[in-house]
Design a protein around this ligand. Structure first.
Ligand code: AMP
Ligand code: ZN
Length: 290
């Protein structure tokens, strides 16, 4: 039998991807995936349209990527946390997602305001039109910069204007990481830290700290991710092994907003089986494998 292809991290237009949830399902089938997780930032709006468009043969795992942070004495460090198979109606999650939606709107507009003040030819309306109702993210601003001819790609927009070290950056007040793990667990889901060696999060995600998170319910680490080097993958895999955490793999696909392919990184079937078993079954996978 062919290898089972499982990709547990993909974005749609319900956040900052460029495929609609329905297009994401088609793209997953075209890429030959057996299982795909839809994991938009801080919301679950894409779940229903994705399931309605699910092609035969594809299993869909419902998830989201929670914006969280860890406050250290020196700084606030952003950590992305994937939540899978949680109850989307859980009160704490609903409340936190609506707070973050507001937070993203104000923060996005503040970044645009700084750009406009510096003479960058974009407007808040353009960015809101591009976001089209999704929680506002920097890639939406990046797209406006591409449309205005300021840069050639969203990637270039990040390199030149949107990074955390850039002149226009405004942080947002994300959920405390342990609190987010607690919310996902309480809602019957499983939490996995996204790209733990991807960006600044490496500074705080030491083995000791990850062990503390495991004790309060963290389920896994996203080990195979396009932003990780071989040595980082090996390190994360051994940490996950020692702490009994799931080691997942995923593409973090964003459509044309990023140069990543669906199925570029994958998760082993046994790992997915353990993840499903660790959830409380309120929100199950949908499709042939579910
Ligand atoms: P935000 O959620 O507004 O803080 O923006 C973070 C989002 O931007 C995440 O989805 C990242 O995957 C995405 N991102 C980060 N760097 C880049 C890049 N170089 N090109 C495209 N998207 C990026
Ligand atoms: Zn992501």
């Amino acid at each position: 039998m062919d290898r089972v292809l499982i990709d547990l991290h993909a974005h749609s237009t319900a956040s900052d991807g460029t495929d609609t949830p329905a297009e994401l399902m088609q793209a997953a089938a075209t890429a030959g995936l057996d299982v795909v997780a839809i994991t938009d930032h801080d919301n679950t709006m894409g779940w229903a349209p994705a399931l309605a468009a699910r092609p035969d043969g594809l299993t869909v795992i419902r998830g989201a990527e929670f914006s969280t942070s860890v406050i250290t004495p020196q700084r606030r460090i952003s950590v992305h946390l994937l939540g899978y198979l949680f109850d989307p109606g859980h009160r704490a999650i609903v409340d936190e997602q609506s707070r973050l939606r507001e937070e993203r709107l104000h923060r996005g507009l503040a970044i645009v305001e700084r750009m406009v003040a510096a003479g960058v030819p974009i407007t808040a309306d353009q960015v809101l039109t591009i976001a089209a109702g999704a929680p506002v993210g920097r890639p939406h601003i990046g797209r406006a910069l591409v449309d205005a001819g300021v840069v050639e790609s969203v990637d270039q927009a990040f390199a030149m204007h949107l990074s955390g070290r850039g002149p226009y950056y405004v942080p947002k007040a994300d959920t405390d990481l342990p609190k987010a793990i607690g919310m996902i667990t309480a809602a019957g889901g499983v939490s996995v830290i996204a790209h733990p060696r991807g960006r600044g999060e490496r500074r705080v995600l030491t083995e000791d700290f990850v062990a503390e998170l495991a004790r309060i319910g963290l389920g896994g680490l996203e080990v195979d991710h396009p932003d990780h080097q071989e040595d980082e993958r090996a390190e994360l895999r051994s940490i996950a092994g020692r702490l009994g955490l799931l080691a997942t793999g995923s593409s973090d696909y964003h459509g044309t907003n990023k140069v990543l392919r669906l199925g570029q990184e994958t998760t082993e079937p046994e790992v997915l089986a353990r993840l499903i078993e660790a959830s409380n079954g309120i929100t199950e996978p949908v499709g042939p494998g579910g």
